[in-house]
Design a protein around this ligand. Structure first.
Ligand code: 13P
Length: 332
């Protein structure tokens, strides 16, 4: 493990005013996105869509890295350049989603899941590194309902996240550690705060037990928000304060950066929350975005399968707004 390389990559991923584009939808997930705009889920269409995103002029000013799905890592742009090479030529770091998705937890019965993909990961990481990947992503999913999350689900997911992170660092690949607490329930913001606190505590305990170098990771957490079905929604200020409260308690300052997932928040709210936290300040980590839906929803709609220029304009706009929010300089 090369500690300097890991630390330098992690810092570059959360450089001031820049964040990460999560474009790592699996073939099944991108189908759901394409279905909404009536585009067929073919390899050619996936290539054309990702090409539109990655050739957006100027997006690199606000984008430090892009998370790719395996297919895209080994795919070429429409101009015939391998996508990781295209990104690297713009100063954008290529990354790779390495988990194999969340599967029902054995004997759970609480609609809980465990993320799979550890078998053969050491070998896959070598292949991804040779293709240009410098960081990776693994998403653990935690559900909130009347009985969940269970200690069982929290523990096994934290353990797997740490095993993945240790394997990445062995290969000099920065692990994005993503414990996502879903926001699709009817729970209050207070419950989300409590669960986020418990989960982050468990994740950092496992990272420490498995000797993961904290200076060489990027944390990708959810923000502390009420479930979308909760009748009482929270203000931007409340979300920013609750999220920072938990992060300040649970994330050591050795961690170079935190890059949030958007998790189903609207584009503008995801930007507003990030901006508000950076305006409040009082922390040492870089605090930025690693958005999927909140960066792509408008671009996907504008593109609609053929309108490349409109797609690029919508992508650039959101990248710019989130870049400003990462500096606490966004103005509605
Ligand atoms: P969202 O921002 O759409 O939540 O996606 C980010 C991501 O990478 C989830 O794993």
């Amino acid at each position: 493990m090369n500690e300097q390389i890991l630390n330098a990559t992690a810092k570059a991923m959360v450089a001031p005013g820049r964040g990460i584009l999560a474009a790592d939808e699996s073939t099944g997930t991108i189908k759901k996105r394409f279905d909404k705009i009536g585009v067929e889920n073919t390899e050619a269409n996936r290539q054309a869509y990702r090409d539109m995103l990655f050739t957006t002029p100027g997006f690199e000013q606000h984008t430090s890295g892009v998370i790719l799905f395996e297919e895209t890592l080994f795919q070429k742009s429409l101009a015939g350049v391998p996508f990781p090479e295209l990104l690297a030529s713009k100063g954008v770091i290529p990354g790779i989603k390495v988990d194999k998705g969340a599967q029902p937890l054995a004997g759970g019965g609480l609609e809980e899941t465990i993320t799979e993909g550890l078998d053969g990961l050491r070998e896959r990481l070598q292949k991804y590194k040779a293709a240009g990947a410098r960081f990776a992503k693994w998403r653990a999913v935690i559900t909130i309902n009347e009985e969940a999350p269970s200690d069982y689900a929290i523990h096994v997911n934290a353990h797997a996240l740490a095993r993945y992170a240790a394997l990445c660092q062995e290969a000099d690949i920065v692990p994005i550690v993503e414990p996502e607490i879903l926001m699709d329930g009817d729970n209050s913001i207070e419950v989300c705060e409590e669960v986020t606190d418990i989960v982050l505590d468990a994740v950092f305990a496992e990272l420490s037990a498995q000797q993961v170098l904290l200076e060489g990771i990027v944390l990708k957490p959810n923000m502390v928000v009420p479930g979308i079905k909760c009748p009482e929604q929270a203000s931007v200020q409340e979300v920013a304060e609750a999220t920072l409260r938990v992060l300040k308690r649970r994330v050591p300052i050795a961690v170079p950066g935190i890059a949030f997932l958007s998790g189903g928040q609207s584009d503008e709210l995801a930007t507003a929350h990030l901006d508000s936290m950076n305006k409040i300040g009082g922390f040492t980590w870089g605090l930025t975005f690693s958005y999927g839906r909140a960066l792509q929803a408008a671009a996907l709609k504008a593109w609609g399968g053929s309108n490349v220029e409109a797609g690029k304009a919508a992508h650039l706009h959101r990248a710019k707004m989130n870049g400003l929010a990462a500096l606490g300089q966004w103005d509605k």
